[in-house]
Ligand binder design. Structure first.
Ligand code: ADP
Ligand code: ZN
Length: 421
């Protein structure tokens, strides 16, 4: 395994090359460098990356669809688009080399999670423009596992195939796996005996340690958190090893930094901030210092698994997911963390924001029927939410099965009724 010094040498060599390449081939980067008064040759050490101007999401939107290409269009092997959770889609392009690199990184991620030849991977990420479907597909192929490309939805068929084909690896969004916990019981399966699942590859949205525990208990598998985004090839940027104490970033391809999102100042490792990535060998669409808006922290200590690849903490959410309720910052993932820790609380919840004189945060919580009319239980939930969020939430207990479930794509659990001015 690469030691930090060797890794840093590789990163520096690749960084200098990609900066030169981006400057020569993408007019936006040349313009930004010229405005900042720097040249590619100004980058002599890894720390010099801080001189490079940031690239932001709007740069990709403003150059829609292919204004940031560094290669002639006939060199492209594939195009994808982000799922557009937060606006107009972003188109991303891949050369043959990019697809090979992405597959290799996905293969490494599968390997780290323990997926092997002989495993049967049911890939319930959406196939299509979304990078999740094909990304996980390539990963399964890279390690020589068998892939079943079921894509999203059609839950009854998913469960039938999971049982009949003896699926060993489930790949999907964590919210869908949480949904499968209840759906499998409703369909009369005994998840631990009817299914042969041993590994779960869950990502593409924030989830909590408590959701992990629930999934693992129901299916008897080991769940790994996977992180990525369309702009950075797709999934496969970082994954948890068997220690499951942070996600290893494939730092020979992604130089990771954290910055203060308000000032852009680079933070010391360990401090929470916005993740910024520089892709170290992307051909079709190089990205330098890309601001992800995802909040996390980076730590560089060697992991007990023996890898020195830096780790990022489980992503708390994007800065755009952050809700500001009467001046207090709340992440939906914090609400999930509180709820899933309380026995008797179901897997589904909904956050509703409204404003009359003041901002109000309401949380609908599914509960087992014996608890539905229990005022002490309601108080307990309210108290736990107050302790973590620092604000009062109006909690309503509702029957199991009454809140909307997401069977396709990422979960939508927040309803904001406040008028946006
Ligand atoms: P979109 O930006 O349209 O949702 P993507 O599918 O590219 O399209 O989404 C990438 C985003 O998904 C990341 O920036 C991050 O916010 C979120 N994400 C991906 N993986 C994880 C994960 N393991 N934990 C938390 N959030 C994640
Ligand atoms: Zn590790």
């Amino acid at each position: 395994m690469l030691k930090p010094k060797q890794m840093k040498a590789i990163q520096l060599r690749k960084l200098r090359k990609i900066v030169e390449y981006a400057y020569r081939n993408v007019p936006l980067f040349k313009k930004r460098f010229d405005e900042a008064g720097i040249k590619p040759s100004s980058i002599r050490t890894l720390d010099d990356v801080a001189k490079v101007p940031f690239t932001v999401k709007t740069d990709l939107r403003d150059n829609y669809p292919l204004g940031l290409l560094a290669v002639p269009q006939d060199r492209l092997y594939a195009l994808h688009a982000s799922s557009g959770t937060t606006g107009k889609p972003i188109v991303v392009a891949y050369t043959r080399g990019d697809l090979e690199c992405w597959s290799r990184l996905m293969g490494r991620s599968f390997d780290v999670a323990g997926v092997r030849k002989g495993d049967i991977v049911q890939n319930m990420y959406g196939y299509g423009l979304f990078t999740g479907g094909l990304g996980f597909h390539y990963g399964a192929r890279a390690v020589g596992a068998t892939v079943i490309p079921t894509s999203t939805g059609n839950t009854k068929r998913q469960l039938m195939l999971m049982k009949d084909l003896r699926t060993t690896v489930a790949a999907c969004t964590p919210s869908y796996m949480v949904y499968l916990c209840e759906a499998s019981r409703a369909e009369g399966y005994m998840p631990r005996t009817d299914f042969a699942l041993r590994i779960g590859l869950f990502g593409a949205e924030p989830w909590s340690e408590e959701a992990r525990k629930r999934i693992e208990e129901v299916f008897g598998l080991r769940a790994h958190d996977c992180f990525g985004m369309s702009e950075l090839y797709g999934p496969g940027v970082a994954i948890e090893c068997d220690q499951r104490n942070g996600l290893h970033v494939w730092s020979d391809e992604f130089l990771v930094e954290t910055i203060n999102p308000d000032t852009g100042e680079v933070l010391e490792p360990g401090k929470e901030g916005e993740l910024v990535f520089t892709m170290l060998s992307r051909e079709a669409m190089p990205l330098l210092r890309y601001r992800t808006r995802d909040l996390s922290r980076v730590f560089e200590e060697e992991c007990a698994c023996g890898r020195y690849h830096p780790r990022i903490r489980r992503i708390k959410g994007r800065s755009d997911d952050m809700l500001i309720v009467g001046g207090v910052n709340v992440f939906p993932s914090q609400v999930e963390h509180v709820l899933m820790n309380i026995p008797g609380v179901g897997d589904q919840y909904q956050i509703i924001l409204s404003h009359t004189d003041l901002d109000r945060l309401a949380v609908k919580v599914e509960t087992t029927s014996d608890r539905l009319n229990d005022p002490k239980f309601l108080k307990e939930i309210q108290g736990d939410l107050l302790a973590v969020l620092g604000i009062n939430a109006d909690v309503a207990l509702v029957e199991l099965g009454t809140l909307p479930r997401s069977e396709v794509g990422k979960a939508r659990r927040v309803i904001d009724l406040r008028s946006k001015e």
